[in-house]
Design a protein around this ligand. Structure first.
Ligand SMILES: [Zn+2]
Ligand SMILES: [Zn+2]
Length: 179
């Protein structure tokens, strides 16, 4: 499903290109998503270089997630790109000439996850005083209870399995807007 045909690609001239479309359900539990089914679509381009090949992938995916601010379930969508280099040595030894993209796709999704998963830009979240959903109602608590991005919710999420290494990586990235 996430395999591309690179049979005898190492024999082709420098500069030649193969294009692929991939799509399917990726079954993998990735924190903090709610389910282990990610609907992935991608466009993959592989270009011959001197003694190697470069894979450039563009991936769109959607998955059920819970908003870090208001805690509602919603469909999270993301678009991202990845680049991978393959030596001719590696190309020569592909099983049936098929290159499995699965690990590259998973790695790219993990590395490009936004720090905060929010249902919409400007989600007002829950009041930390009374728990009201501020997207739907106002309450009588003070403004200081209406913290836009309640840090305790994020902490709660991180305690559920993300590794420190993952957190360190994601802190260096800007959140991606979901639509
Ligand atoms: Zn929300
Ligand atoms: Zn309140």
């Amino acid at each position: 499903m996430f395999e591309i045909d690179l049979k005898d690609f190492f024999k082709e001239a420098v500069g030649s290109v193969r294009n692929f479309r991939v799509s399917g359900i990726l079954q993998k539990k990735i924190q903090p998503f709610l389910v282990d089914k990610l609907d992935v679509k991608g466009e993959i381009s592989v270009k011959r270089q001197e003694n190697s090949a470069v894979i450039v992938g563009q991936i769109d995916y959607k998955v059920q997630a819970s908003c870090d601010r208001c805690q509602k379930d919603f469909t999270f969508r993301n678009h991202q790109a990845f680049t991978k280099y393959l030596s001719d040595e590696k190309l020569r030894h592909l099983k049936f000439g098929q290159y499995p993209l699965l690990d590259d796709i998973i790695e790219s999704i993990i590395l490009n996850k936004p720090i905060a998963i929010v249902c919409k830009t400007g989600c007002r979240g829950l009041c930390s005083g009374c728990g009201a959903d501020l997207n739907e109602e106002s309450c009588n608590c003070s403004e200081s209870d209406h913290i836009k991005n309640n840090p305790f919710i994020v902490l709660k999420r991180d305690n559920h399995g993300s590794t420190e290494k993952e957190n360190f990586k994601s802190q260096n990235r800007q959140p991606t807007k979901s639509d």
